[in-house]
Design a protein around this ligand. Structure first.
Ligand SMILES: Cc1cc2nc3c(=O)[nH]c(=O)nc-3n(C[C@H](O)[C@H](O)[C@H](O)COP(=O)(O)OP(=O)(O)OC[C@H]3O[C@@H](n4cnc5c(N)ncnc54)[C@H](O)[C@@H]3O)c2cc1C
Length: 560
Protein backbone atom coordinates (compact mmCIF):
# COMPACT_ATOMS: atom_id res chain seq x y z
CA UNK A 1 0.00 0.00 0.00
CA UNK A 2 2.78 2.42 0.95
CA UNK A 3 4.32 2.15 -2.52
CA UNK A 4 1.15 3.35 -4.21
CA UNK A 5 1.44 6.69 -2.41
CA UNK A 6 4.97 7.18 -3.63
CA UNK A 7 4.20 9.20 -6.70
CA UNK A 8 6.87 11.73 -7.51
CA UNK A 9 5.51 14.93 -8.95
CA UNK A 10 6.69 18.50 -9.15
CA UNK A 11 10.37 17.55 -8.68
CA UNK A 12 12.72 19.13 -11.26
CA UNK A 13 14.91 16.92 -13.45
CA UNK A 14 18.59 17.01 -12.44
CA UNK A 15 20.69 19.65 -14.15
CA UNK A 16 22.84 17.18 -16.07
CA UNK A 17 23.92 16.53 -19.64
CA UNK A 18 24.51 20.16 -20.49
CA UNK A 19 27.37 22.29 -21.70
CA UNK A 20 28.47 24.31 -18.68
CA UNK A 21 30.31 26.74 -20.94
CA UNK A 22 27.80 27.57 -23.66
CA UNK A 23 24.93 27.51 -21.15
CA UNK A 24 26.66 30.41 -19.40
CA UNK A 25 26.00 33.36 -21.72
CA UNK A 26 27.95 35.85 -19.60
CA UNK A 27 31.01 33.60 -19.66
CA UNK A 28 30.78 32.78 -23.36
CA UNK A 29 30.42 36.47 -24.27
CA UNK A 30 33.25 37.45 -21.96
CA UNK A 31 35.64 34.93 -23.51
CA UNK A 32 34.73 36.14 -26.99
CA UNK A 33 35.37 39.74 -25.94
CA UNK A 34 38.87 39.06 -24.66
CA UNK A 35 40.11 36.88 -27.50
CA UNK A 36 41.64 37.94 -30.81
CA UNK A 37 39.17 37.02 -33.61
CA UNK A 38 41.51 34.42 -35.07
CA UNK A 39 41.35 32.35 -31.89
CA UNK A 40 37.64 32.57 -31.15
CA UNK A 41 36.37 29.51 -32.92
CA UNK A 42 39.14 27.24 -31.67
CA UNK A 43 38.73 28.37 -28.06
CA UNK A 44 34.95 28.17 -28.20
CA UNK A 45 35.27 24.56 -29.34
CA UNK A 46 37.81 23.75 -26.66
CA UNK A 47 35.71 25.28 -23.86
CA UNK A 48 32.51 23.74 -25.11
CA UNK A 49 34.12 20.31 -25.01
CA UNK A 50 35.22 20.94 -21.46
CA UNK A 51 31.77 22.35 -20.68
CA UNK A 52 30.03 19.20 -21.90
CA UNK A 53 32.41 17.10 -19.82
CA UNK A 54 31.77 19.26 -16.72
CA UNK A 55 28.00 19.00 -17.14
CA UNK A 56 28.03 15.26 -17.78
CA UNK A 57 26.62 12.69 -15.38
CA UNK A 58 30.00 11.03 -14.94
CA UNK A 59 31.83 14.24 -13.96
CA UNK A 60 29.08 15.07 -11.48
CA UNK A 61 29.45 11.56 -10.05
CA UNK A 62 33.23 11.98 -9.79
CA UNK A 63 32.67 15.23 -7.93
CA UNK A 64 30.33 13.64 -5.41
CA UNK A 65 32.62 10.63 -4.93
CA UNK A 66 35.79 12.70 -4.52
CA UNK A 67 34.06 14.90 -1.95
CA UNK A 68 32.40 11.99 -0.14
CA UNK A 69 35.60 9.92 0.09
CA UNK A 70 38.25 12.28 1.48
CA UNK A 71 41.95 11.48 1.16
CA UNK A 72 43.64 9.28 3.73
CA UNK A 73 47.19 9.78 5.02
CA UNK A 74 49.50 6.78 4.96
CA UNK A 75 52.60 7.69 6.98
CA UNK A 76 54.39 4.31 6.99
CA UNK A 77 54.56 1.17 4.91
CA UNK A 78 53.85 -2.24 6.40
CA UNK A 79 57.49 -2.60 7.50
CA UNK A 80 57.60 0.66 9.35
CA UNK A 81 59.39 2.81 6.78
CA UNK A 82 58.07 6.33 6.37
CA UNK A 83 56.32 6.83 3.07
CA UNK A 84 54.22 9.96 3.72
CA UNK A 85 51.74 9.26 0.98
CA UNK A 86 48.13 10.27 0.61
CA UNK A 87 45.56 7.91 -0.87
CA UNK A 88 42.81 9.49 -2.93
CA UNK A 89 39.61 8.08 -4.32
CA UNK A 90 39.89 7.17 -8.04
CA UNK A 91 37.34 9.93 -8.80
CA UNK A 92 39.89 12.53 -7.62
CA UNK A 93 42.44 11.21 -10.09
CA UNK A 94 39.86 11.25 -12.89
CA UNK A 95 38.97 14.87 -12.16
CA UNK A 96 42.60 15.95 -11.99
CA UNK A 97 43.54 13.90 -15.03
CA UNK A 98 40.80 15.46 -17.12
CA UNK A 99 41.73 18.95 -15.96
CA UNK A 100 45.44 18.52 -16.69
CA UNK A 101 44.81 16.97 -20.11
CA UNK A 102 42.53 19.94 -20.88
CA UNK A 103 45.33 22.42 -20.26
CA UNK A 104 44.19 23.80 -16.90
CA UNK A 105 47.78 24.07 -15.70
CA UNK A 106 49.01 25.67 -18.92
CA UNK A 107 48.42 29.39 -19.28
CA UNK A 108 51.90 30.75 -19.78
CA UNK A 109 52.92 29.43 -23.17
CA UNK A 110 49.77 29.68 -25.33
CA UNK A 111 48.32 32.80 -26.97
CA UNK A 112 45.50 34.18 -24.78
CA UNK A 113 46.50 31.41 -22.38
CA UNK A 114 45.15 33.13 -19.28
CA UNK A 115 41.72 33.88 -20.69
CA UNK A 116 41.46 30.30 -21.98
CA UNK A 117 42.62 28.79 -18.74
CA UNK A 118 40.55 31.09 -16.52
CA UNK A 119 37.41 30.27 -18.50
CA UNK A 120 38.28 26.57 -18.43
CA UNK A 121 38.92 26.68 -14.69
CA UNK A 122 35.59 28.45 -14.19
CA UNK A 123 33.86 25.72 -16.18
CA UNK A 124 35.58 22.63 -14.90
CA UNK A 125 35.68 23.41 -11.18
CA UNK A 126 31.88 23.50 -11.31
CA UNK A 127 32.14 19.71 -11.42
CA UNK A 128 34.16 19.72 -8.17
CA UNK A 129 36.06 22.54 -6.55
CA UNK A 130 38.55 20.75 -4.26
CA UNK A 131 40.86 19.52 -7.00
CA UNK A 132 41.15 23.11 -8.24
CA UNK A 133 43.76 23.65 -5.51
CA UNK A 134 46.61 21.63 -7.09
CA UNK A 135 45.63 22.94 -10.52
CA UNK A 136 46.01 26.52 -9.30
CA UNK A 137 49.27 25.97 -7.50
CA UNK A 138 50.83 24.04 -10.38
CA UNK A 139 49.87 26.77 -12.83
CA UNK A 140 50.98 29.53 -10.47
CA UNK A 141 54.37 28.04 -9.63
CA UNK A 142 55.63 28.78 -13.16
CA UNK A 143 56.29 32.55 -12.87
CA UNK A 144 57.96 32.12 -9.48
CA UNK A 145 60.25 29.39 -10.80
CA UNK A 146 61.34 31.64 -13.63
CA UNK A 147 63.40 33.53 -11.04
CA UNK A 148 65.78 30.58 -11.38
CA UNK A 149 66.09 29.83 -15.12
CA UNK A 150 67.82 26.47 -14.68
CA UNK A 151 65.05 25.19 -12.43
CA UNK A 152 62.40 26.65 -14.68
CA UNK A 153 63.91 24.84 -17.68
CA UNK A 154 63.66 21.58 -15.77
CA UNK A 155 60.23 21.98 -14.20
CA UNK A 156 58.17 24.26 -16.43
CA UNK A 157 57.58 21.64 -19.14
CA UNK A 158 56.41 19.23 -16.45
CA UNK A 159 54.08 21.70 -14.74
CA UNK A 160 52.46 22.81 -18.01
CA UNK A 161 52.31 19.28 -19.40
CA UNK A 162 48.99 17.72 -20.49
CA UNK A 163 49.90 14.44 -18.82
CA UNK A 164 48.79 13.67 -15.30
CA UNK A 165 50.78 11.07 -13.45
CA UNK A 166 50.06 10.58 -9.76
CA UNK A 167 53.04 8.35 -9.01
CA UNK A 168 55.98 9.89 -7.12
CA UNK A 169 59.09 9.55 -9.30
CA UNK A 170 62.16 11.67 -10.06
CA UNK A 171 61.28 14.71 -12.17
CA UNK A 172 63.50 13.52 -15.01
CA UNK A 173 61.35 10.41 -15.43
CA UNK A 174 57.94 12.05 -15.22
CA UNK A 175 55.80 13.12 -18.18
CA UNK A 176 54.04 15.75 -16.05
CA UNK A 177 54.14 17.05 -12.48
CA UNK A 178 52.14 18.98 -9.89
CA UNK A 179 53.45 21.68 -7.56
CA UNK A 180 52.28 22.97 -4.18
CA UNK A 181 53.27 25.77 -1.84
CA UNK A 182 54.21 25.79 1.85
CA UNK A 183 54.48 29.20 3.46
CA UNK A 184 52.11 29.19 6.43
CA UNK A 185 53.59 28.22 9.81
CA UNK A 186 51.98 27.78 13.21
CA UNK A 187 53.07 31.17 14.48
CA UNK A 188 52.19 33.12 11.36
CA UNK A 189 50.39 32.79 8.07
CA UNK A 190 49.55 36.30 6.99
CA UNK A 191 52.83 37.55 8.39
CA UNK A 192 55.13 35.29 6.37
CA UNK A 193 58.14 37.21 7.59
CA UNK A 194 57.58 35.41 10.91
CA UNK A 195 58.65 32.12 9.26
CA UNK A 196 61.11 30.14 11.38
CA UNK A 197 61.98 27.34 8.95
CA UNK A 198 65.74 27.38 8.46
CA UNK A 199 67.78 26.55 5.35
CA UNK A 200 71.45 25.56 5.58
CA UNK A 201 73.53 25.68 2.39
CA UNK A 202 74.95 22.35 1.22
CA UNK A 203 76.85 23.61 -1.79
CA UNK A 204 77.69 26.81 -3.62
CA UNK A 205 75.24 26.03 -6.41
CA UNK A 206 71.99 26.51 -4.60
CA UNK A 207 71.43 23.26 -2.68
CA UNK A 208 70.22 23.50 0.92
CA UNK A 209 68.76 21.38 3.70
CA UNK A 210 65.66 22.60 5.54
CA UNK A 211 64.47 22.28 9.12
CA UNK A 212 61.01 23.45 10.12
CA UNK A 213 57.29 22.91 10.28
CA UNK A 214 54.62 24.12 7.85
CA UNK A 215 51.14 24.38 9.32
CA UNK A 216 49.25 24.29 6.04
CA UNK A 217 50.53 22.53 2.95
CA UNK A 218 47.74 21.63 0.57
CA UNK A 219 47.98 18.97 -2.12
CA UNK A 220 50.90 17.28 -0.27
CA UNK A 221 50.93 14.50 -2.89
CA UNK A 222 52.41 16.99 -5.36
CA UNK A 223 55.82 16.40 -6.92
CA UNK A 224 57.42 19.62 -5.67
CA UNK A 225 56.73 22.59 -3.39
CA UNK A 226 57.75 26.18 -3.25
CA UNK A 227 58.73 26.84 0.35
CA UNK A 228 59.94 29.82 2.34
CA UNK A 229 62.83 29.46 4.79
CA UNK A 230 65.52 31.61 6.36
CA UNK A 231 69.16 31.28 5.38
CA UNK A 232 72.26 32.20 7.36
CA UNK A 233 73.08 34.72 4.64
CA UNK A 234 69.60 36.19 4.32
CA UNK A 235 69.31 39.97 4.43
CA UNK A 236 70.02 40.97 8.02
CA UNK A 237 72.75 38.34 8.43
CA UNK A 238 73.07 35.47 10.90
CA UNK A 239 70.99 32.31 10.93
CA UNK A 240 67.48 33.27 10.09
CA UNK A 241 68.38 36.51 8.33
CA UNK A 242 65.33 38.73 8.61
CA UNK A 243 63.92 38.02 5.16
CA UNK A 244 63.05 34.54 3.95
CA UNK A 245 64.30 32.87 0.80
CA UNK A 246 62.28 30.77 -1.65
CA UNK A 247 63.13 27.11 -2.30
CA UNK A 248 61.94 24.32 -4.53
CA UNK A 249 61.54 21.13 -2.56
CA UNK A 250 60.98 17.94 -4.62
CA UNK A 251 59.27 14.92 -3.08
CA UNK A 252 61.68 12.58 -4.87
CA UNK A 253 65.38 13.28 -5.13
CA UNK A 254 67.18 13.13 -8.49
CA UNK A 255 68.67 9.71 -7.56
CA UNK A 256 65.18 8.27 -7.10
CA UNK A 257 65.17 8.16 -3.29
CA UNK A 258 62.50 9.95 -1.29
CA UNK A 259 63.21 13.39 0.08
CA UNK A 260 62.39 13.78 3.77
CA UNK A 261 58.91 15.32 3.77
CA UNK A 262 57.07 14.26 6.91
CA UNK A 263 53.33 14.60 6.57
CA UNK A 264 52.27 14.78 10.22
CA UNK A 265 48.53 14.86 9.71
CA UNK A 266 45.78 16.02 7.37
CA UNK A 267 43.45 18.81 8.41
CA UNK A 268 39.79 18.00 9.07
CA UNK A 269 38.29 20.88 7.07
CA UNK A 270 34.89 22.53 6.79
CA UNK A 271 34.78 22.01 3.03
CA UNK A 272 37.25 21.38 0.22
CA UNK A 273 37.10 17.82 1.45
CA UNK A 274 38.36 16.04 -1.64
CA UNK A 275 41.64 17.92 -1.35
CA UNK A 276 44.28 17.07 1.26
CA UNK A 277 45.72 19.90 3.36
CA UNK A 278 48.59 18.77 5.53
CA UNK A 279 50.95 19.75 8.29
CA UNK A 280 54.48 18.86 7.17
CA UNK A 281 57.88 18.77 8.82
CA UNK A 282 61.35 19.17 7.37
CA UNK A 283 63.86 17.37 9.55
CA UNK A 284 67.24 18.88 8.75
CA UNK A 285 67.89 16.43 5.91
CA UNK A 286 65.12 17.80 3.68
CA UNK A 287 66.79 18.75 0.42
CA UNK A 288 65.78 21.84 -1.54
CA UNK A 289 67.10 24.16 -4.20
CA UNK A 290 67.09 27.91 -3.94
CA UNK A 291 64.76 29.88 -6.21
CA UNK A 292 65.89 33.47 -6.71
CA UNK A 293 68.26 35.35 -4.49
CA UNK A 294 68.68 34.78 -0.77
CA UNK A 295 66.44 37.09 1.24
CA UNK A 296 64.19 37.71 -1.81
CA UNK A 297 61.81 34.85 -1.07
CA UNK A 298 58.69 36.94 -0.60
CA UNK A 299 59.29 38.84 -3.83
CA UNK A 300 59.83 35.51 -5.61
CA UNK A 301 56.85 33.63 -4.22
CA UNK A 302 54.55 36.64 -4.61
CA UNK A 303 54.54 35.82 -8.34
CA UNK A 304 52.91 32.53 -7.42
CA UNK A 305 50.59 34.10 -4.87
CA UNK A 306 49.33 36.71 -7.35
CA UNK A 307 48.37 33.99 -9.82
CA UNK A 308 46.64 31.88 -7.17
CA UNK A 309 44.74 34.98 -6.01
CA UNK A 310 43.31 35.36 -9.51
CA UNK A 311 42.27 31.71 -9.25
CA UNK A 312 40.53 32.49 -5.93
CA UNK A 313 38.45 35.05 -7.83
CA UNK A 314 37.77 32.55 -10.61
CA UNK A 315 37.09 29.70 -8.19
CA UNK A 316 34.55 31.84 -6.33
CA UNK A 317 32.97 32.87 -9.62
CA UNK A 318 32.67 29.15 -10.45
CA UNK A 319 31.04 28.27 -7.11
CA UNK A 320 28.63 31.19 -7.52
CA UNK A 321 27.79 30.29 -11.11
CA UNK A 322 27.11 26.65 -10.24
CA UNK A 323 24.96 27.63 -7.22
CA UNK A 324 23.00 30.16 -9.28
CA UNK A 325 22.61 27.73 -12.21
CA UNK A 326 21.15 25.14 -9.84
CA UNK A 327 18.78 27.73 -8.35
CA UNK A 328 17.65 28.94 -11.78
CA UNK A 329 17.13 25.41 -12.99
CA UNK A 330 15.20 24.24 -9.95
CA UNK A 331 12.88 27.22 -9.80
CA UNK A 332 12.10 26.97 -13.52
CA UNK A 333 10.51 23.55 -12.89
CA UNK A 334 9.23 23.62 -9.36
CA UNK A 335 5.68 24.90 -9.06
CA UNK A 336 4.24 26.55 -5.98
CA UNK A 337 1.03 28.47 -5.57
CA UNK A 338 0.00 27.77 -9.15
CA UNK A 339 3.07 28.65 -11.19
CA UNK A 340 6.79 27.93 -11.49
CA UNK A 341 8.74 29.44 -8.62
CA UNK A 342 10.82 31.45 -11.08
CA UNK A 343 7.63 33.16 -12.24
CA UNK A 344 6.77 34.33 -8.75
CA UNK A 345 7.73 38.02 -8.66
CA UNK A 346 9.64 37.80 -5.40
CA UNK A 347 11.58 34.68 -6.43
CA UNK A 348 12.39 36.37 -9.73
CA UNK A 349 13.86 39.24 -7.78
CA UNK A 350 16.05 36.85 -5.75
CA UNK A 351 17.21 34.99 -8.86
CA UNK A 352 18.00 38.16 -10.77
CA UNK A 353 19.96 39.51 -7.83
CA UNK A 354 22.00 36.30 -7.59
CA UNK A 355 22.56 36.26 -11.36
CA UNK A 356 23.96 39.81 -11.23
CA UNK A 357 26.50 38.81 -8.60
CA UNK A 358 27.56 35.80 -10.64
CA UNK A 359 27.88 37.72 -13.90
CA UNK A 360 29.85 40.53 -12.26
CA UNK A 361 32.29 38.01 -10.77
CA UNK A 362 32.75 36.24 -14.11
CA UNK A 363 33.32 39.49 -16.01
CA UNK A 364 35.91 40.59 -13.46
CA UNK A 365 37.81 37.28 -13.48
CA UNK A 366 38.04 37.37 -17.27
CA UNK A 367 39.17 40.99 -17.31
CA UNK A 368 42.01 40.15 -14.92
CA UNK A 369 42.98 37.14 -17.02
CA UNK A 370 43.08 39.33 -20.13
CA UNK A 371 45.44 41.70 -18.32
CA UNK A 372 47.77 38.77 -17.63
CA UNK A 373 47.69 37.91 -21.32
CA UNK A 374 48.37 41.49 -22.42
CA UNK A 375 51.37 41.65 -20.06
CA UNK A 376 52.05 45.34 -20.78
CA UNK A 377 53.40 47.70 -18.15
CA UNK A 378 49.99 49.35 -17.89
CA UNK A 379 48.17 46.04 -17.46
CA UNK A 380 50.67 44.79 -14.89
CA UNK A 381 50.14 47.99 -12.90
CA UNK A 382 46.37 47.50 -13.21
CA UNK A 383 46.66 43.95 -11.87
CA UNK A 384 48.66 45.10 -8.88
CA UNK A 385 45.66 47.14 -7.76
CA UNK A 386 42.77 45.12 -9.16
CA UNK A 387 43.76 41.60 -8.07
CA UNK A 388 43.70 42.21 -4.29
CA UNK A 389 40.52 44.30 -4.57
CA UNK A 390 38.85 41.55 -6.63
CA UNK A 391 40.13 38.78 -4.37
CA UNK A 392 38.78 40.66 -1.39
CA UNK A 393 35.32 41.33 -2.78
CA UNK A 394 34.45 38.45 -5.09
CA UNK A 395 35.49 35.79 -2.58
CA UNK A 396 33.50 37.59 0.15
CA UNK A 397 30.35 37.46 -2.00
CA UNK A 398 30.60 33.73 -2.52
CA UNK A 399 29.13 32.54 0.78
CA UNK A 400 26.02 34.76 0.78
CA UNK A 401 25.36 33.77 -2.84
CA UNK A 402 25.79 30.05 -2.11
CA UNK A 403 23.52 30.27 0.94
CA UNK A 404 20.78 32.18 -0.87
CA UNK A 405 20.93 29.90 -3.92
CA UNK A 406 20.62 26.89 -1.59
CA UNK A 407 17.45 28.40 -0.16
CA UNK A 408 15.94 28.69 -3.65
CA UNK A 409 15.79 24.88 -3.64
CA UNK A 410 13.93 24.91 -0.33
CA UNK A 411 14.43 21.76 1.77
CA UNK A 412 15.99 19.96 -1.18
CA UNK A 413 18.81 22.48 -1.13
CA UNK A 414 19.71 21.58 2.44
CA UNK A 415 20.13 17.92 1.52
CA UNK A 416 23.56 16.66 0.47
CA UNK A 417 22.33 14.97 -2.72
CA UNK A 418 21.46 18.36 -4.18
CA UNK A 419 25.15 19.37 -4.15
CA UNK A 420 24.24 22.71 -2.59
CA UNK A 421 25.71 21.94 0.87
CA UNK A 422 29.01 21.09 -0.83
CA UNK A 423 29.01 24.45 -2.59
CA UNK A 424 28.18 26.24 0.65
CA UNK A 425 30.97 24.48 2.56
CA UNK A 426 33.41 25.37 -0.19
CA UNK A 427 32.29 28.98 -0.42
CA UNK A 428 34.29 30.70 2.40
CA UNK A 429 37.61 29.11 1.48
CA UNK A 430 38.81 31.41 -1.26
CA UNK A 431 38.43 34.31 1.13
CA UNK A 432 40.59 32.63 3.79
CA UNK A 433 43.55 31.20 1.93
CA UNK A 434 46.10 33.04 -0.18
CA UNK A 435 45.72 36.01 2.14
CA UNK A 436 42.49 36.48 4.08
CA UNK A 437 40.11 39.42 3.61
CA UNK A 438 41.94 42.00 5.72
CA UNK A 439 45.25 41.11 4.12
CA UNK A 440 43.79 41.72 0.65
CA UNK A 441 42.32 45.04 1.69
CA UNK A 442 45.64 46.07 3.25
CA UNK A 443 47.40 44.97 0.07
CA UNK A 444 45.25 47.42 -1.88
CA UNK A 445 46.45 50.13 0.50
CA UNK A 446 50.06 49.00 0.12
CA UNK A 447 49.75 49.22 -3.65
CA UNK A 448 48.21 52.69 -3.33
CA UNK A 449 51.10 53.91 -1.26
CA UNK A 450 53.93 52.28 -3.16
CA UNK A 451 52.79 52.02 -6.74
CA UNK A 452 51.13 55.13 -8.11
CA UNK A 453 51.14 53.56 -11.59
CA UNK A 454 48.70 50.95 -10.26
CA UNK A 455 46.16 53.56 -9.21
CA UNK A 456 46.63 55.40 -12.46
CA UNK A 457 46.00 52.22 -14.47
CA UNK A 458 42.97 51.40 -12.34
CA UNK A 459 41.46 54.86 -12.75
CA UNK A 460 42.14 54.77 -16.50
CA UNK A 461 40.26 51.48 -16.72
CA UNK A 462 37.16 52.62 -14.85
CA UNK A 463 37.36 56.01 -16.54
CA UNK A 464 36.62 54.41 -19.91
CA UNK A 465 33.05 53.77 -18.71
CA UNK A 466 32.47 57.30 -17.43
CA UNK A 467 29.32 59.00 -18.64
CA UNK A 468 27.49 55.74 -19.40
CA UNK A 469 25.56 55.54 -16.13
CA UNK A 470 24.99 58.27 -13.56
CA UNK A 471 25.21 55.85 -10.63
CA UNK A 472 28.57 54.61 -11.84
CA UNK A 473 29.73 58.20 -12.27
CA UNK A 474 28.59 58.96 -8.72
CA UNK A 475 30.43 55.92 -7.36
CA UNK A 476 33.63 56.90 -9.19
CA UNK A 477 33.37 60.36 -7.66
CA UNK A 478 32.93 58.91 -4.17
CA UNK A 479 35.88 56.61 -4.74
CA UNK A 480 38.08 59.54 -5.73
CA UNK A 481 37.04 61.36 -2.56
CA UNK A 482 37.92 58.28 -0.51
CA UNK A 483 41.30 58.07 -2.22
CA UNK A 484 42.09 61.74 -1.83
CA UNK A 485 42.75 61.36 1.88
CA UNK A 486 44.94 58.46 2.94
CA UNK A 487 44.86 59.48 6.62
CA UNK A 488 43.61 56.51 8.67
CA UNK A 489 43.36 54.47 5.48
CA UNK A 490 44.08 51.11 7.16
CA UNK A 491 40.85 51.16 9.13
CA UNK A 492 39.01 52.09 5.94
CA UNK A 493 40.78 49.51 3.79
CA UNK A 494 37.82 47.13 3.48
CA UNK A 495 35.48 49.96 2.47
CA UNK A 496 37.99 51.03 -0.11
CA UNK A 497 38.66 47.54 -1.55
CA UNK A 498 34.92 46.87 -1.74
CA UNK A 499 34.23 50.14 -3.48
CA UNK A 500 37.06 49.64 -5.95
CA UNK A 501 35.87 46.15 -6.85
CA UNK A 502 32.26 47.29 -7.23
CA UNK A 503 33.17 50.24 -9.41
CA UNK A 504 35.35 48.02 -11.56
CA UNK A 505 32.57 45.44 -11.92
CA UNK A 506 30.08 48.21 -12.70
CA UNK A 507 32.38 49.68 -15.34
CA UNK A 508 32.74 46.26 -17.00
CA UNK A 509 29.00 45.58 -17.03
CA UNK A 510 28.17 49.07 -18.31
CA UNK A 511 30.58 48.54 -21.18
CA UNK A 512 29.86 44.95 -22.08
CA UNK A 513 26.69 43.49 -20.55
CA UNK A 514 23.14 43.96 -21.85
CA UNK A 515 21.47 47.14 -20.62
CA UNK A 516 19.15 45.34 -18.18
CA UNK A 517 22.10 43.70 -16.39
CA UNK A 518 24.16 46.89 -16.18
CA UNK A 519 21.13 48.87 -15.08
CA UNK A 520 20.23 46.44 -12.28
CA UNK A 521 23.85 46.23 -11.11
CA UNK A 522 24.33 49.99 -11.00
CA UNK A 523 20.97 50.59 -9.29
CA UNK A 524 21.64 48.05 -6.57
CA UNK A 525 25.41 47.91 -6.07
CA UNK A 526 26.43 51.45 -6.93
CA UNK A 527 23.21 53.32 -6.23
CA UNK A 528 21.27 53.15 -3.01
CA UNK A 529 18.28 51.11 -4.16
CA UNK A 530 19.08 47.77 -2.57
CA UNK A 531 18.52 46.07 0.77
CA UNK A 532 21.02 44.10 2.79
CA UNK A 533 19.91 40.73 1.42
CA UNK A 534 19.35 39.29 -2.06
CA UNK A 535 15.95 39.79 -3.65
CA UNK A 536 15.75 43.48 -2.86
CA UNK A 537 16.30 44.86 -6.35
CA UNK A 538 14.02 47.70 -7.39
CA UNK A 539 11.05 45.86 -8.96
CA UNK A 540 10.82 48.36 -11.80
CA UNK A 541 13.93 46.84 -13.41
CA UNK A 542 13.73 44.25 -16.18
CA UNK A 543 14.33 41.32 -13.87
CA UNK A 544 12.75 38.82 -16.24
CA UNK A 545 15.46 39.54 -18.83
CA UNK A 546 18.23 39.26 -16.23
CA UNK A 547 16.94 35.82 -15.19
CA UNK A 548 16.43 34.62 -18.75
CA UNK A 549 20.01 35.50 -19.66
CA UNK A 550 21.47 33.55 -16.74
CA UNK A 551 19.36 30.44 -16.93
CA UNK A 552 21.34 27.36 -18.06
CA UNK A 553 19.77 25.86 -21.14
CA UNK A 554 20.07 22.12 -21.60
CA UNK A 555 20.04 21.24 -25.27
CA UNK A 556 18.27 17.89 -24.93
CA UNK A 557 15.31 19.64 -23.41
CA UNK A 558 15.85 18.63 -19.77
CA UNK A 559 16.81 22.12 -18.74
CA UNK A 560 14.37 24.07 -20.86
C1 LIG B 1 42.04 24.79 3.53
C2 LIG B 1 43.28 25.60 3.61
C3 LIG B 1 44.37 25.27 2.82
C4 LIG B 1 45.53 26.02 2.89
N1 LIG B 1 46.60 25.65 2.13
C5 LIG B 1 47.77 26.33 2.25
C6 LIG B 1 48.93 25.92 1.50
O1 LIG B 1 48.89 25.01 0.69
N2 LIG B 1 50.08 26.58 1.70
C7 LIG B 1 50.18 27.62 2.59
O2 LIG B 1 51.25 28.17 2.73
N3 LIG B 1 49.10 28.02 3.31
C8 LIG B 1 47.90 27.40 3.14
N4 LIG B 1 46.82 27.80 3.88
C9 LIG B 1 46.98 28.82 4.89
C10 LIG B 1 46.33 30.14 4.57
O3 LIG B 1 46.93 30.77 3.48
C11 LIG B 1 46.38 30.96 5.86
O4 LIG B 1 45.56 30.29 6.80
C12 LIG B 1 45.92 32.37 5.66
O5 LIG B 1 46.82 33.07 4.83
C13 LIG B 1 45.80 33.12 7.01
O6 LIG B 1 46.91 32.93 7.81
P1 LIG B 1 46.76 32.43 9.33
O7 LIG B 1 45.91 31.19 9.31
O8 LIG B 1 48.10 32.28 9.94
O9 LIG B 1 45.93 33.55 10.04
P2 LIG B 1 46.51 34.88 10.74
O10 LIG B 1 47.66 35.37 9.98
O11 LIG B 1 46.67 34.61 12.18
O12 LIG B 1 45.27 35.84 10.51
C14 LIG B 1 44.06 35.70 11.26
C15 LIG B 1 43.12 36.81 10.83
O13 LIG B 1 43.71 38.07 11.11
C16 LIG B 1 43.69 38.89 9.97
N5 LIG B 1 44.88 39.74 9.98
C17 LIG B 1 46.17 39.37 9.90
N6 LIG B 1 46.98 40.44 9.93
C18 LIG B 1 46.18 41.53 10.04
C19 LIG B 1 46.40 42.93 10.12
N7 LIG B 1 47.63 43.45 10.05
N8 LIG B 1 45.34 43.75 10.23
C20 LIG B 1 44.08 43.27 10.26
N9 LIG B 1 43.82 41.95 10.20
C21 LIG B 1 44.85 41.08 10.08
C22 LIG B 1 43.64 37.95 8.78
O14 LIG B 1 43.01 38.57 7.66
C23 LIG B 1 42.81 36.81 9.33
O15 LIG B 1 41.44 37.09 9.14
C24 LIG B 1 45.61 27.10 3.78
C25 LIG B 1 44.50 27.44 4.56
C26 LIG B 1 43.34 26.72 4.47
C27 LIG B 1 42.17 27.10 5.31
Amino acid sequence: MAATTHTVTNQPPPLVGYDVFTADTALAEGVERHLPPALREEVRGELSELGRAAGSAHAQRWGALADGNPPVLRTHDRYGHRVDEVDFHPAWHRLLGHAVSSGLTDAWSRPAGHVRRTAGFLVWTQAEAGHGCPLSMTHAAVPALRAEPELAAEWEPLLTSRVYEAELRPAAEKPGALAGMAMTEKQGGSDVRAATTVAEPLSADGEYVLTGHKWFCSAPMSDAFLVLARTPGGVGGGTGGDRPTCFLLPRVLPDGSRNSFRIQRLKDKLGNRSNASAEVEFDGTTWARRVGEEGRGIATIIEMVAATRLDCVTGSAAVMRQAVAQALHHTAYRQAFGRPLAEQPLMRNVLADLALESEAATALALRLAAAYDADTEQERAFLRMAVPAAKYWVTKRCTPVAAEALECLGGNGYVEESGMPRLLRESPLNSVWEGSGNIQALDVVRALRREPAGLHAFLTEIGTARGADHRLDGAIKELLTELADLEGIEARARRLAERMALVLQGSLLVRYAPAEVADAFCASRLGTDHGASFGTLPPTLDLRAVVARARPVVEDGAGG
